[in-house]
Structure formats: C-alpha cells, structure tokens
Design a binder for this molecule. Sequence first.
Ligand code: UGA
Length: 438
Amino acid sequence: MNITVIGSGYVGTTTAVVLAALHHRVFGADIDSAKVAKLKQGILPFVEPGLDQLLAEMLKTGRLVFTDQIEAAIQASDIILIAVGTPPRPDGTADISFLMSAADTIAHSINGYKVIAVKSTVPVGTNRWLADYLSRKIGDPSLFDLVSNPEFLREGSALYDSFHPDRTVLGGISQRAIQLMKDAYKPLIGRLLVTDWETAELIKYASNSFLATKISFINEMARIADRAGADVTQVAKGMGMDRRIGTEFLQAGIGYGGSCFPKDVKALIATAKELGVGAEILETVERVNQTQSDLYLRKLTEALRGTAKEPWVIAVFGLTFKRDTDDQRESPAIRIVEQLLADCQEIRILDPTVEFPSQTPWPDERKVVVCQTVEEALSAADAAFLCTDWEMFATIDWGEAARCMRTPILVDGRNLYDPETIRAAGVRYLGLGRGGVP
Ligand code: UGA
C-alpha cells in the first residue's frame, strides 16, 4: 500500500518508519523543509532508542521517502495518516490548527478515493467535525473516508510499543476504510477495537488520563506514607500484586511531565466542562501533579538551611521528563530548577542529552552550568537532586560522592535508590514516603 504520514514529529516519524518496515511504500511528509532534509539523511530530530537504526535501514530500501511536497505524496497514496501536533492553548483546550491545515492540503490535492486517518490526539467530536469539513471542501464525499486511529506509543520505547501494541483502535463509520486500515497494520494488530469516532477519541484521552491518575494516586500515597513512616515503593509493589490493579504506572516521584499527560488531562477537563460535566477527579490529578515537586523542594531547603550556607550549589541529575528521550516538555525538572534559581549560586545540570546551555531553557543564565560528568556536577556541591532516572545515575558511587560534596545531600525524585544504601555511603537521603520513622 502507499501511505502518506503528514507530520514528521515524534509519532509521525515512528509511524512512517514502522509502516515501511511492514513493506508499505511510505511518504513522511512535513512542511518543515529543514526537518525533511535531515530525515532524508537519516538524522532524527529527537532521541529515540533504536529508531535511528531502523530509519537508516528503511531509507536504504527506498520504501521510505521524506518529502515537503505533501500534495504529490497525497496524490500517490491510498491512506493518509495525520500525525500533526495538537498543542495546548493557554486555556487548556487543544489547538487543532495544524490538523486543519493538513485537512486543507488534503482537500485541495485529493485525486481519488483515500482513507484519511487521524492519529493526532484530538478533542472528542473533532473527527465528526472534520468529516463534515472535508466533505464541504472536497465537494464529493465519496472521495474519502475518515478514521480515528489514536496512538498509544511512549517516548523512549516507541519502537517496542509500535511492534507490540496492546490494542489498535479504529473509529469510523466506513467498513471499507476500517478494512483498509486493518490491512495496513495487519501483522501488528493484536487486540482490535472498532468503534465510532467519538468513542475512539475518548479512549485516547481516557487512557492517558487514567495513567496520569494512577501516578497522582501513588504520589498521594507517597505523601501519606511519608507522614506514616511507610515505604511507598513497597506499597506500590503490594498493590501491584493484585492483578486487578497491576504494577505499572505506580512509581511515585516528582510527578508526570511530557507532551501528553499534562496536555491531555487539561484538554479532557476542558471537554468535560464544555459538555457540562464536572471533572473532579481530573482536576485533583492535575493539582496533585503540580504540587508534588514542591514537597521535595521543601524537604531540600529545610535540610540545606540547617547545614549549608546560602547561596547553594545544587547538582540536578536529569532534565528530560523521563529517561531515554531528549524531550524536556513539561518536565518537572524544569519547574524544580526554576524554583531553585533564586536561592542558588549555581545549578549544575547533568543529562546525557544536554551538552550545551543552549539545550536548556536557560541559555543565558549564568547560574545554570551544564556538566559532562558526575564528578564535575558533585564537586563541592551542597546537594544533588535526581529528577530523571537515567541509567547512568543508577551506578553513581555515592561513597565517593559523599567525599567530594560540600554537604552530602541527595533528593531522590524518582525513587531510584535504596535509602539505606545511600545513608550507609554517608549521604543524607531525602525522598517522599521512603519508610522509617518520620
Ligand atoms: C504517554 C502514554 O504512556 C502513551 O501511551 C501515549 O501514547 C503518549 O503519552 C501520548 O499520548 O503520545 P509518554 O508521554 O511518552 O507516553 O510517557 P510515559 O511513559 O507515559 O510517562 C509520562 C510521565 O509520567 C513521565 O514524566 C514519567 O516519568 C511519569 N511517570 C510514569 C511516573 O511519574 N510514574 C510512573 O509510574 C510512570
């Protein structure tokens, strides 16, 4: 099959590469010519384990082509997947202007029957609205069918998730279009759910919001465990042994970030309100997430006030919203650095994806220094704040760290370490809900 994927961002590029691996002829189409030029050379505009290798392989086969000639790609394709961004507006609603311009491009270039599938996360009701919009623009509704095809892959494990999907959701009213989509994904369809547009759209928001709820729930348990002297990692383990609950997304820490959970929870709250429905759970999920890093910061400043002279030198381990990605969008680490800046003489960032200050949100801030090694970051530091659980941080010799830090304090924002081991190394361990008499 010939398939165009409009939008060469994170989801679009991964999808294009994966579909080429399934032996389709794929056009990765984007209006950003500079991005297209890079992708043509096999250069990914983001970090994703394993994807660069498969991208190179697929480019070599000739089945995968990146282009800014979107009209030509559309005309040569049977299926058009729309994978453009839907960033949040200031009021929390999703901005669908990129989706609309993709729709306009499709409408003026369409030259025969196509299946148009929306992979972008769009508010409930968008696909129905879009089908109507395209019908009016194209003038002949028989030239296309619209399918809602939400994406569930995660940054950092995008290839694994794409090749081992828990489910494929296809929303629409045309059996012909659903069948074509099934054919396109054939070897990858595990559990398939065919629904109407609105249901498919809501499945996406409900899934992300539920996972965000699990995280805020366990973060609230961490707060309770902290006061009660219980260990939240063991609470999560014990909860996860119940198959009805499951083990995943119960890691307490400084909160969720990224380009999806914060945006999607806000957008679902906005949708609920538009529909006249209360969104009490979702509002609380968001509130818990927004205040979670404050609790760690409070512990840190209390500990520092007693032992170290201001202004402090703090090593911040990890700037990305999670490991194995270079994505810093809505990263709790950013908020933490912002809040520390006023009281600090220096903030030393160490992150495997950050080499220069220009790769941080503070390119001109003298207080923010980018380090290349653990030793450099910890030397004479007053504290280390672990924000992202990159593998390189798991193997730090904290005994050595205790000797080179000015005041050996570690804030474990991801529950990466065993508190006893850190204490035995001579470092004061600060976590939330990590057991012991409070
Ligand atoms: C999320 C969903 O997991 C994907 O299924 C979905 O396709 C994607 O959003 C999307 O809508 O595009 P992603 O944002 O890549 O994927 O990252 P996650 O692995 O879900 O992590 C999100 C945030 O939650 C991270 O900041 C992570 O550190 C945090 N998290 C995750 C926790 O704090 N605790 C956990 O137990 C799990």
